[in-house]
Ligand binder design. Sequence first.
Ligand SMILES: [Zn+2]
Ligand SMILES: [Zn+2]
Length: 294
Amino acid sequence: MLARFWGTRGSIAAPGPGTTRFGGNTSCVELTTPSGGILVLDCGTGARPLGNHLLASAAGPISATILLTHTHWDHIQGFPFFAPLFQPDNHFKVYGPEGAHVSLRDVLAGQMEHHYFPVELDQLAARISYDDMREGAFQIDGMTVRAQQMNHPSPTLGYRIEAGGRSICYLCDHEPYFEGVWREGAQAGRLESVLEAGDRRHAEYMQDADVVIHEAQYTPEEYPSKRHWGHSTYPYVVELAAAVGVRRLFLTHHDPSHNDEFIADIENKARELAKNLGSPLEVCCAYEGCEVTV
Ligand SMILES: [Zn+2]
Ligand SMILES: [Zn+2]
């Protein structure tokens, strides 16, 4: 599998001279499957350049699976700008978490109502199916996809994708279930020291993954004023990933107020933390254009 980041920003796009290294587009990752298929993880504004790339490189009709973690703006705003949806020969299967009282299709149609956008969902020319998902395992393109609930203000799923003995997790957006994640006096980084069942389950979901892409929007200093907004800090993510034997960790969903210098500093601190834990975990802050072979 090959993962390529097209959008690494959380909340809202943040273009400009301060974000040229890590990128300003919101969440979107392209995964090329072992059979050459295309899986799109989230459709933030990064889906616009991805769509243009697919059109430019396709020899014929495009088919792809789109997995949405949830329907907050920064994960769907690129959907109406994903140009392959406007061509009749293309085929897409869109999956996202089941919402309360409203279908995934209706939520996506909502952001394309005429108050917000000039083209309605029904006017998209491609053949598109929409399916509401819950936790569980299912097969896509010869791969096993395991969906698991994240801790976020809106129904949100993480995805663990496995093929050919390799695994990649895409975990956006998620907040620790309990702020005091580790048992007092216990050695951080050891799974049995995780206090709360939700955080332990979240860590076990990443167990032994080759690659984990995890949001880490806030610093520990910022977190107290953003509690219950549904996001993680890099120590939480690094400590859990190290505890369960993750090999490579890509931190993403960078806060729009964090410029390149600030994110590079987070990357250094996250690497230092992994080292101090005695973990061989490799940590990077994801940037637009970053390619990862799984
Ligand atoms: Zn988000
Ligand atoms: Zn969100």
